[in-house]
Write a new protein. Structure first.
Length: 738
């Protein structure tokens, strides 16, 4: 017994290592919660008298130094909150990350060992250390305020008694441990969705459960569903929402028609993509006795069917947008509404919400009217058909060739509709010219599209560009969006409304763009708002048809501030509008549904709506729009990689679209597929990154591969799961072709 007591005394007299730091770290974990010596001892894992005495003594010393303060009898917390900030964690793809804090000029760097179980996108409390000699201040996450997401996509690896999910996200630094009972009978190697449950204090990995089994990695449907799941987007409607939507009365009734302006006898038609399934906007045309034109912009009256407080509205708000992937659309509304009741299909009567304008021959606005209507679509046109009418307007007789006809047969369009399209095209061109003079920026970026077979395998790539018919529709939609916004926005006293906001570009981003385009001999003028807009427009025109066009188009768009929805109007910089809202696509955008409801509310004489409520819905809609855009981009990248898998041994001419410290990014000219050449894989020299000149330079040969250079590449590797495409560099165009 004496021996054991002696050992106990020896163990209890052991000093707690780094006791000051240990105490401060514990108090820092939640700086707002005071702790006593017993609680601190428990967190340190000690319970003997000697250790407790050490803690009591050191607490008194730290309080004397004013590093901590006694806020209640025997309870302590850190002194002051000046080094604590709330922000959002942005993980780098390597170790550590940065916490973005609104009130700080620089982000706070968080090393890997100071993440304290926070994940990318989490809202966190961060303690910032005293400034050290580094570009960014350094800190430690002390509290996770809100998890950004709790569901993660990955591949399940099963062991005998447990499993773990390898997360398919470069910003996720840990696997998720799955108890055997929580695997949902998924097989080893399957792509799954894992829900984060907890991260116990002494565990190396978080614990989770499988909530969905997506399928075999690499298979088409598995990867598309994975893309949706990674972005927190659904791929089907809950059964109760479908059932609710199917029970809605979608008939056109005499009672409802009496409440609306009846426009069924006015010439009305739609112009949409050839493969469109829903038509949420139509145009009407009438020549008035005074020679002016009455043009109606008629939008599906979604708010007539989708009522606040219903499960259908809750689901629509939660989705906030339709998602357009390469092979499918994930709609905001169930098909009974999106493709049927709310779709302005030809030769059908529909409830609509309309903006009707009287324009003179110079496209000057003379009158405007807004309200609920009932319309009848006389015809449906594809953009290609409308474009043919515009391009052949001087022909004695216009005939739509079977190659572009929706019916697959040659036909002569209705003369009244053809005349309407030609006149509206002229008006649209006049309106567009006015916008450009007022400082609007013209983005006509080339869209990459895929030809798919019956198995959704890509058989070809084609590019979609905006022509006169597209711009005709665009101008009248812009007019409706702008004038509806002005109509409400200029009311006094101020009324709550949903605006589409777009701030001026950041000066640093503009300077960075100038550095890049300067490599190709282009120059921007930053003197004032109009000179910036005009020089950006000149740049976009000058690069058309050049090797660097797609890269410059992309970089210029990235220079722009991000558009968002909000109740505080700041105007729309890119369109050069003082007021702008989204009103014309309520089938696929929830903010348009909100705009319809608010406009009708004010037409009925209602008071200003609850601004906080609508601001919260605007913020959610902006976030969902971002996620949908990211999913769309991911699906394009996935399809590009699938396409390139069938071209492994072919040589391609590409343009260097980016240079980093680890590799050269090349975009293939023929199909816009982008892949990377790792610097370490270039065999003729050791290449180093030259950040100032956006180049990789050979250490011995001094050979330079620079942004915009044309090079030949061959596909080295494709990874459908990680969605990466690796190239082998064959040499510069001059070298290969000589």
């Amino acid at each position: 017994m004496a021996k054991r007591k002696s050992k106990n005394r020896k163990r209890s007299s052991t000093k707690i290592p780094n006791i000051s730091k240990a105490i401060l770290d514990i108090l820092r974990q939640d700086h707002s919660k005071p702790l006593n010596y017993k609680q601190i001892a428990a967190k340190l894992g000690v319970d003997d008298a000697s250790s407790r005495n050490q803690i009591i003594k050191r607490l008194a010393q730290l309080a004397a130094k004013k590093q901590i303060e006694e806020v209640d009898h025997g309870k302590f917390k850190l002194s002051g909150n000046q080094n604590y900030y709330q922000g959002v964690l942005d993980m780098s793809s390597k170790n550590g990350g940065y916490v973005v804090v609104e009130e700080l000029e620089k982000d706070i760097y968080i090393p890997q060992n100071a993440l304290n179980k926070a994940f990318n996108g989490d809202t966190v409390l961060v303690y910032m250390y005293k400034q050290r000699r580094r570009k960014n201040p350094e800190g430690e996450i002390t509290k996770i305020i809100e998890r950004k997401k709790t569901s993660f996509v990955g591949v399940l690896r099963l062991q005998e008694k447990f499993g773990f999910v390898e997360i398919q996200d470069s910003k996720m630094y840990t696997d998720i441990f799955i108890p055997k009972s929580q695997t949902k009978d998924a097989e080893d190697g399957m792509m799954v969705v894992a829900e984060f449950l907890e991260w116990p204090d002494k565990a190396d990995s978080p614990v989770g459960k499988i909530t969905d089994v997506l399928g075999v990695p690499g298979e088409h449907n598995t990867e598309i569903h994975a893309i949706l799941a990674q972005n927190g987007l659904p791929h089907e409607f809950p059964a109760e929402v479908e059932e609710f939507a199917n029970q809605i009365d979608t008939s056109i009734t005499p009672e409802e028609i009496k409440k609306r302006r009846d426009l069924r006898d006015t010439l009305t038609f739609t112009i949409d993509p050839k493969d469109a399934k829903d038509f949420d906007d139509a145009l009407s045309f009438k020549i008035l006795e005074n020679g002016n034109y009455e043009i109606g912009v008629h939008i599906a009256d979604v708010s007539h069917y989708v009522k606040p407080g219903t499960i259908l509205d809750d689901e629509a708000l939660e989705r906030a947008t339709s998602v357009y992937l390469v092979d499918r659309v994930v709609p905001m509304l169930p098909e009974v509404l999106s493709n049927n009741a709310c779709s302005l299909r030809p030769h059908e009567e529909k409830y609509t919400f309309s903006a009707i304008f009287e324009l003179d021959k110079k496209a000057n606005l003379k009158k405007e009217w807004y309200g609920r209507t009932v319309t009848y679509s006389d015809a449906r046109f594809a953009y290609e058909e409308a474009q043919h009418i515009i391009e052949h307007q001087t022909d004695q007789e216009i005939k739509i060739p079977k190659e572009i006809s929706l019916t697959g047969k040659e036909y002569a369009p209705d003369k009244k509709i053809a005349e309407a399209i030609i006149i509206m095209d002229q008006l649209a061109k006049t309106m567009r010219a006015k916008r450009m003079r007022n400082g609007a920026i013209s983005f006509d970026k080339v869209e990459v599209k895929f030809q798919l077979d019956e198995n959704n395998d890509p058989t070809g790539v084609y590019f979609k560009t905006s022509k006169d018919a597209n711009k005709l529709i665009e101008e009248f939609m812009l007019l409706a969006n702008k004038k509806v916004s002005e109509f409400v926005g200029k009311k006094q006293p101020k009324k709550t409304f949903v605006y589409r906001c777009h701030d001026e570009p950041n000066e640093e981003k503009l300077a960075a763009l100038q550095n890049i385009v300067g490599q190709f001999g282009h120059k921007l003028n930053f003197k004032d708002r109009n000179s910036i807009a005009s020089s950006l427009n000149k740049l976009l025109v000058d690069v058309q048809g050049t090797k660097e066009q797609n890269m410059v188009d992309t970089l210029t768009i990235r220079t722009m501030s991000k558009a968002y929805y909000g109740t505080e109007n700041i105007g729309h910089y890119g369109l050069a509008f003082d007021y702008y809202s989204h009103f014309t696509s309520p089938i696929r955008r929830y903010p348009d549904v909100m705009a319809h409801r608010l406009l009708q509310h004010y037409l009925d004489g209602g008071k200003s709506a609850d601004e906080d409520k609508y601001e919260a819905m605007c913020a959610h809609s902006s976030e969902m729009e971002y996620l949908a855009t990211r999913a769309e981009r991911d699906s394009i990248k996935f399809m590009q990689i699938r396409f390139m898998q069938d071209h492994m041994n072919e040589e391609f001419l590409g343009v260097i679209s980016g240079v980093t410290e680890w590799g050269i990014y090349v975009e293939i000219i023929a199909n816009k597929c982008e892949g990377m050449i790792r610097l370490r894989d270039i065999e003729d020299d050791h290449y180093e990154y030259d950040a100032e000149n956006f180049a990789a330079v050979g250490r011995k040969t001094k050979k330079v591969y620079q942004l915009g250079d044309e090079v030949y590449v061959k596909v080295k590797d494709t990874d459908l799961i990680r969605r990466t495409l690796d190239f082998t560099l064959l040499g510069s165009r001059a070298e290969v072709e000589k």
